[in-house]
Design a protein. Structure first.
Length: 204
């Protein structure tokens, strides 16, 4: 289920995400969070930068931290996998209309990127992941994931999506015994969503 609010963290300093990773590690390993979330929100002026109310920011950051903590915990198992897939959200394509030259294959189901725009996030993610041997899917929605996983029997999966979808997907991977890693969107919505490519490249 998507968030009930829209957000855009794409202009927030990289140090913010490093701080989230550090705090998440502490959370996963030592189970102590205390007032850390509120301190991070205040230090990086997240409310001022996004216009979100405090409860929405806290929900967002708690999800970010849960995702980071799971990434840490799953990392060792993930790096030992061989057959891997990357799931990308179609809403991060540069264009959502006919200017996007990707073909949609309903049998998979996935968009097949035609690499029409060098500055398209999806193009860059697809190219990098395929070089590393990943099967890449550009999905119109999270409901496509179970069908692909049942047909392909992957050992490891990297998912890029909004935090709520990642949490749902994480439960599915766990029940299927698949090692997962995830990259949360830093800007949500129905179109022009974005994720951090550096974060994705460090995970692949
Ligand atoms: S690079 Fe790929 S995903 Fe991006 S707009 Fe072109 S065909 Fe669509």
């Amino acid at each position: 289920m998507p968030y009930k609010f829209t957000f855009d963290l794409s202009k927030i300093s990289r140090f913010f995400f490093k701080e989230i990773a550090t705090v998440s590690y502490q959370r996963g390993m030592h189970k102590k969070v205390g007032r850390t979330i509120h301190e991070v929100i205040r230090r990086f002026k997240i409310q001022e930068a996004t216009g979100l109310n405090l409860s929405d920011v806290v929900l967002l950051l708690e999800d970010f931290m849960e995702i980071q903590a799971r990434n840490f915990l799953e990392r060792e198992r993930f790096v030992q996998t061989r057959k891997r897939a990357l799931f990308l959200p179609h809403c991060s394509r540069k264009y959502m209309d006919s200017r996007c030259e990707a073909m949609f294959d309903p049998d998979i189901p996935s968009y097949i990127c035609a690499h029409c725009s060098s500055d398209c996030l999806i193009n860059q993610a697809v190219s990098s992941a395929e070089k590393k041997g990943y099967d890449v899917y550009v999905l119109p929605g999270g409901s496509c994931v179970p069908k692909i996983l049942k047909n392909k029997h992957y050992e490891g999966v990297v998912g890029v999506s909004c935090g709520e979808e990642i949490k749902l997907g994480g439960g599915m991977l766990k029940s299927m015994g698949i090692a997962g890693q995830a990259v949360p969107l830093v800007k949500n919505g129905c179109a022009n969503t974005s994720f951090n490519l550096e974060t994705l490249f460090s995970i692949l």
